[in-house]
Unconditional design. Structure first.
Length: 357
């Protein structure tokens, strides 16, 4: 398709106006020649010429102003919050390009409005659940229904920590939108670094088990395995942001693992200097191919059933979105790869940027 302003096209507004001028000149010239040959008075020829020119001009002007009126109506509807209206874009001129642009703008605004409503609904739901549980615990203590024993306080602490995790993920989301995060890349050894991340994941699982009793989110049974080759592998990246990537991928894999399942983190040398190729594999139900393009969207929880049933804590749906954001900051890639069993997520980080020659 020809881009707007790329030149004179057969059906462009410029061509139509030029045709109007040429036709008007030909009509006037023809009438003058008729007047000379038939000895008709010049005033009659002038009147006929003006009338013919006005009729042609009115016809062309209507073809140009009618779509502008339609665009004005649609734009006014969009300004009032109605993003469902569209402009007919069947013209092959600059007005057709403008109509397509308005339709694309309406599509984007409609998507933004839908995401905003989903954001409010999801955040409200995520905040309401721990707040309601915390309020119930405190009301029972105040009313004397239960005592402020360590078990009750652990329950209240669990809900408070869940609120803290939600607020932290929302802050990360805000940093993502504002683009205020900068990378602090450095060289580090991969094995001890990832070993520490897995150790923290095990400690977090143990803490959740102790604070939640025998709840559905007890995942101490999942075994975490680290595979780094070669053992002396090094990488160049922002360690804090990479921690967000690996921790969120492990957390997501653990949640979807079957009882006594296995989550494997593989690290290999990438294509460039100090580059890194990571994989996180689990033994869960996997991700359907139709859902793979949506798993890194905000607040997307997917349609894969949890191994623990509908009562399990599925999280906020922000973890994978934050992982993609951190990978994008590095200029790397993240995606769901084919796997014979479970889910396999691949991450590649470019390492040290190469100077452009």
């Amino acid at each position: 398709m020809t881009r707007p302003g790329s030149g004179l096209r057969p059906f462009s507004v410029k061509a139509k106006l030029g045709t109007l001028v040429v036709v008007s000149v030909f009509i006037t010239t023809g009438l003058l020649m008729v007047a000379v040959r038939t000895r008709t008075e010049l005033r009659f020829i002038t009147v006929f010429s003006v009338i013919a020119t006005l009729l042609i001009t009115q016809f062309v002007a209507h073809g140009l102003t009618a779509p502008l009126d339609e665009m004005t109506t649609v734009a006014r509807s969009i300004s009032h919050g109605d993003y469902t209206r569209r402009v007919r874009a069947d013209r092959r001129d600059e007005l057709g390009d403008l109509a397509q642009t308005i339709n694309l703008m309406a599509d984007d605004l409609e998507a933004v409005d839908r995401h905003r409503k989903e954001l409010v609904a999801n955040v409200s739901h995520e905040l309401r659940t721990p707040i309601a549980a915390l309020r119930a615990v405190l009301e029972n203590v105040v009313d004397g229904v239960s005592s402020a024993d360590p078990e009750t306080m652990r329950t209240a602490l669990k809900q408070t920590e869940r609120l803290g995790r939600l607020v932290e993920t929302l802050l990360d989301l805000s940093r993502l939108d504002n683009g205020v995060v900068t990378l602090k890349a450095r060289r580090f050894e991969v094995w001890p670094y990832l070993s520490g991340v897995l150790k923290e994941a095990n400690l977090a699982a143990s803490h959740r088990r102790l604070s939640s009793g025998s709840g559905n989110h007890t995942r101490k049974d999942v075994h975490l395995h680290l595979d780094v080759s070669p053992p002396e592998l090094t990488a160049h990246a922002d360690a804090e942001r990479l921690h967000q990537v690996v921790a969120n991928l492990i957390d997501n894999a653990v949640k979807h693992s079957p009882p006594h399942g296995r989550v494997t983190v593989l690290a290999r040398r990438g294509a460039g200097p100090e580059s890194l190729a990571l994989e996180v594999l689990d033994e869960g139900p996997g991700i359907p191919e139709s859902e793979r393009h949506r798993v890194f969207e905000r607040f997307n929880r997917g349609e894969v059933p949890s191994p623990h049933g509908p009562g399990s804590d599925g999280g906020t749906g922000l973890g994978l979105a934050i992982a993609r954001w951190a990978v994008d900051l590095h200029g790397g890639r993240i995606g769901v790869a084919e796997s014979a069993r479970g889910c396999r997520i691949q991450v590649t980080l470019p390492g040290i940027p190469q100077p452009r020659g």
